[in-house]
Design a protein around this ligand. Sequence first.
Ligand code: SF4
Ligand code: SF4
Length: 188
Amino acid sequence: MDTVNLSNVTNAQFEAVERIGKEAGVDYDDCYQCGKCTAGCPMAHAMDYAPRQIIRLLQLGLVEEALAAKTPWICAHCMVCSARCPQGVDITATMLAVRRESKRRGLKPARETDIFDDAFIGNVRSFGKSNEAILAAKYNLLSGHLMQDMLNAPKMAMRGMIGPKIHSVKDKDAVKCLVDKALNKGGE
Ligand code: SF4
Ligand code: SF4
Protein backbone atom coordinates (compact mmCIF):
# COMPACT_ATOMS: atom_id res chain seq x y z
CA MET A 1 0.00 0.00 0.00
CA ASP A 2 1.38 3.47 -0.88
CA THR A 3 1.85 6.24 1.68
CA VAL A 4 -1.43 8.15 2.16
CA ASN A 5 -2.24 11.61 3.45
CA LEU A 6 -5.03 11.11 5.96
CA SER A 7 -5.63 14.83 6.42
CA ASN A 8 -7.36 14.80 3.01
CA VAL A 9 -10.00 12.25 4.03
CA THR A 10 -13.45 13.88 4.03
CA ASN A 11 -16.60 13.35 6.10
CA ALA A 12 -18.33 12.04 2.97
CA GLN A 13 -15.74 9.28 2.73
CA PHE A 14 -16.26 8.26 6.36
CA GLU A 15 -20.04 8.36 5.82
CA ALA A 16 -19.61 5.98 2.88
CA VAL A 17 -17.57 3.65 5.09
CA GLU A 18 -20.31 3.82 7.72
CA ARG A 19 -22.91 2.85 5.08
CA ILE A 20 -20.82 -0.12 3.97
CA GLY A 21 -20.26 -1.17 7.60
CA LYS A 22 -23.98 -0.88 8.37
CA GLU A 23 -24.88 -3.00 5.36
CA ALA A 24 -22.28 -5.61 6.32
CA GLY A 25 -23.12 -5.45 10.03
CA VAL A 26 -19.51 -4.53 10.88
CA ASP A 27 -17.82 -1.85 12.97
CA TYR A 28 -14.38 -1.47 11.36
CA ASP A 29 -12.89 -0.16 14.60
CA ASP A 30 -13.14 -3.75 15.88
CA CYS A 31 -10.34 -4.90 13.54
CA TYR A 32 -6.85 -4.80 15.09
CA GLN A 33 -5.10 -5.87 11.87
CA CYS A 34 -3.86 -9.26 13.07
CA GLY A 35 -4.02 -10.66 9.52
CA LYS A 36 -5.69 -13.99 10.40
CA CYS A 37 -8.30 -13.34 7.72
CA THR A 38 -5.66 -12.97 5.02
CA ALA A 39 -3.64 -15.96 6.24
CA GLY A 40 -6.63 -18.26 5.67
CA CYS A 41 -7.93 -16.75 2.44
CA PRO A 42 -7.66 -19.19 -0.49
CA MET A 43 -7.92 -16.35 -3.01
CA ALA A 44 -5.42 -13.92 -1.44
CA HIS A 45 -2.73 -14.76 -4.02
CA ALA A 46 -4.93 -13.36 -6.80
CA MET A 47 -6.09 -10.21 -5.01
CA ASP A 48 -4.72 -6.69 -5.46
CA TYR A 49 -5.35 -5.91 -1.76
CA ALA A 50 -5.38 -8.64 0.89
CA PRO A 51 -8.64 -8.93 2.88
CA ARG A 52 -6.92 -7.31 5.89
CA GLN A 53 -5.89 -4.37 3.70
CA ILE A 54 -9.46 -3.82 2.45
CA ILE A 55 -10.54 -3.52 6.09
CA ARG A 56 -7.63 -1.13 6.71
CA LEU A 57 -8.63 1.08 3.78
CA LEU A 58 -12.13 1.32 5.24
CA GLN A 59 -10.77 2.09 8.71
CA LEU A 60 -8.80 4.97 7.21
CA GLY A 61 -11.76 6.29 5.23
CA LEU A 62 -10.06 5.51 1.92
CA VAL A 63 -13.30 4.29 0.44
CA GLU A 64 -12.50 5.04 -3.21
CA GLU A 65 -9.45 2.76 -3.05
CA ALA A 66 -11.55 -0.05 -1.57
CA LEU A 67 -14.27 0.45 -4.19
CA ALA A 68 -11.79 0.39 -7.05
CA ALA A 69 -10.07 -2.77 -5.77
CA LYS A 70 -10.45 -6.09 -7.56
CA THR A 71 -10.35 -8.00 -4.26
CA PRO A 72 -14.10 -7.91 -3.45
CA TRP A 73 -14.79 -9.28 -6.96
CA ILE A 74 -12.21 -12.02 -6.67
CA CYS A 75 -13.50 -13.06 -3.23
CA ALA A 76 -15.19 -16.48 -3.42
CA HIS A 77 -17.42 -15.82 -0.37
CA CYS A 78 -16.14 -18.98 1.32
CA MET A 79 -16.36 -17.24 4.73
CA VAL A 80 -13.04 -18.65 6.00
CA CYS A 81 -11.90 -15.12 6.89
CA SER A 82 -15.04 -14.32 8.88
CA ALA A 83 -14.78 -17.64 10.74
CA ARG A 84 -11.11 -17.00 11.63
CA CYS A 85 -11.46 -13.41 12.78
CA PRO A 86 -10.91 -13.19 16.55
CA GLN A 87 -12.89 -9.95 16.61
CA GLY A 88 -15.96 -11.26 14.82
CA VAL A 89 -15.47 -8.91 11.87
CA ASP A 90 -17.56 -10.20 8.97
CA ILE A 91 -15.09 -9.71 6.14
CA THR A 92 -17.19 -11.74 3.69
CA ALA A 93 -20.22 -9.49 4.20
CA THR A 94 -17.89 -6.51 3.77
CA MET A 95 -16.70 -7.81 0.39
CA LEU A 96 -20.31 -8.07 -0.74
CA ALA A 97 -21.20 -4.62 0.61
CA VAL A 98 -18.17 -3.08 -1.14
CA ARG A 99 -19.23 -4.79 -4.39
CA ARG A 100 -22.73 -3.37 -4.10
CA GLU A 101 -21.51 0.17 -3.35
CA SER A 102 -19.06 -0.08 -6.22
CA LYS A 103 -21.87 -1.17 -8.54
CA ARG A 104 -24.19 1.61 -7.32
CA ARG A 105 -21.48 4.11 -8.27
CA GLY A 106 -21.10 2.60 -11.72
CA LEU A 107 -17.54 1.44 -11.11
CA LYS A 108 -16.43 -1.72 -12.84
CA PRO A 109 -13.22 -2.96 -11.23
CA ALA A 110 -13.92 -6.51 -12.46
CA ARG A 111 -16.34 -6.31 -15.37
CA GLU A 112 -16.27 -10.05 -16.15
CA THR A 113 -17.15 -11.11 -12.59
CA ASP A 114 -20.03 -8.67 -12.57
CA ILE A 115 -21.37 -9.97 -15.90
CA PHE A 116 -21.05 -13.58 -14.70
CA ASP A 117 -22.82 -12.78 -11.40
CA ASP A 118 -25.74 -11.10 -13.18
CA ALA A 119 -26.02 -13.91 -15.74
CA PHE A 120 -25.96 -16.58 -13.02
CA ILE A 121 -28.54 -14.86 -10.82
CA GLY A 122 -30.77 -14.16 -13.84
CA ASN A 123 -30.55 -17.85 -14.78
CA VAL A 124 -31.56 -19.00 -11.30
CA ARG A 125 -34.38 -16.42 -11.12
CA SER A 126 -35.79 -17.65 -14.45
CA PHE A 127 -35.48 -21.42 -14.08
CA GLY A 128 -34.98 -22.03 -10.36
CA LYS A 129 -31.55 -23.48 -11.17
CA SER A 130 -28.57 -22.78 -13.36
CA ASN A 131 -28.63 -23.99 -16.97
CA GLU A 132 -24.99 -24.18 -17.98
CA ALA A 133 -25.55 -23.68 -21.72
CA ILE A 134 -27.65 -20.53 -21.22
CA LEU A 135 -25.24 -19.22 -18.61
CA ALA A 136 -22.22 -19.74 -20.87
CA ALA A 137 -23.96 -18.27 -23.94
CA LYS A 138 -25.11 -15.17 -22.03
CA TYR A 139 -21.70 -14.65 -20.43
CA ASN A 140 -19.79 -15.09 -23.68
CA LEU A 141 -22.07 -12.68 -25.54
CA LEU A 142 -22.10 -9.96 -22.88
CA SER A 143 -18.40 -10.21 -22.04
CA GLY A 144 -17.31 -10.34 -25.69
CA HIS A 145 -15.38 -13.58 -25.04
CA LEU A 146 -17.39 -15.28 -27.74
CA MET A 147 -15.38 -18.49 -27.98
CA GLN A 148 -14.60 -18.99 -24.30
CA ASP A 149 -14.97 -22.65 -23.22
CA MET A 150 -16.35 -23.62 -26.64
CA LEU A 151 -13.84 -26.48 -26.90
CA ASN A 152 -15.31 -27.96 -23.72
CA ALA A 153 -18.86 -28.00 -25.11
CA PRO A 154 -18.71 -31.51 -26.69
CA LYS A 155 -17.36 -33.04 -23.45
CA MET A 156 -20.04 -31.25 -21.40
CA ALA A 157 -22.74 -32.45 -23.80
CA MET A 158 -21.48 -36.05 -23.51
CA ARG A 159 -21.71 -35.84 -19.72
CA GLY A 160 -25.23 -34.40 -19.91
CA MET A 161 -24.16 -31.05 -18.45
CA ILE A 162 -25.53 -29.19 -21.46
CA GLY A 163 -28.12 -30.11 -24.07
CA PRO A 164 -31.13 -28.86 -26.00
CA LYS A 165 -33.48 -29.28 -23.04
CA ILE A 166 -33.88 -26.38 -20.60
CA HIS A 167 -34.05 -27.68 -17.05
CA SER A 168 -36.10 -25.96 -14.40
CA VAL A 169 -37.37 -26.80 -10.93
CA LYS A 170 -41.05 -27.42 -10.18
CA ASP A 171 -41.64 -24.29 -8.13
CA LYS A 172 -39.66 -21.66 -10.04
CA ASP A 173 -41.60 -18.81 -8.42
CA ALA A 174 -40.61 -19.92 -4.92
CA VAL A 175 -36.93 -19.87 -5.89
CA LYS A 176 -37.34 -16.47 -7.59
CA CYS A 177 -38.93 -15.17 -4.39
CA LEU A 178 -36.01 -16.48 -2.32
CA VAL A 179 -33.42 -14.93 -4.65
CA ASP A 180 -35.21 -11.56 -4.62
CA LYS A 181 -35.47 -11.68 -0.84
CA ALA A 182 -31.73 -12.36 -0.53
CA LEU A 183 -30.87 -9.59 -3.01
CA ASN A 184 -33.11 -7.05 -1.28
CA LYS A 185 -31.66 -8.00 2.09
CA GLY A 186 -28.27 -7.11 0.68
CA GLY A 187 -29.60 -3.79 -0.55
CA GLU A 188 -29.34 -4.53 -4.30
S1 SF4 B 1 -8.85 -11.36 11.25
FE1 SF4 B 1 -10.28 -9.77 11.94
S2 SF4 B 1 -9.11 -8.52 13.38
FE2 SF4 B 1 -7.64 -9.74 12.19
S3 SF4 B 1 -7.08 -8.40 10.44
FE3 SF4 B 1 -8.75 -9.69 9.76
S4 SF4 B 1 -10.59 -8.46 10.15
FE4 SF4 B 1 -8.94 -7.58 11.35
S1 SF4 C 1 -14.67 -15.02 1.91
FE1 SF4 C 1 -13.40 -14.06 0.34
S2 SF4 C 1 -11.91 -12.82 1.48
FE2 SF4 C 1 -12.80 -14.30 2.89
S3 SF4 C 1 -11.43 -16.06 2.88
FE3 SF4 C 1 -13.05 -16.49 1.38
S4 SF4 C 1 -12.25 -15.72 -0.56
FE4 SF4 C 1 -10.98 -14.82 1.05
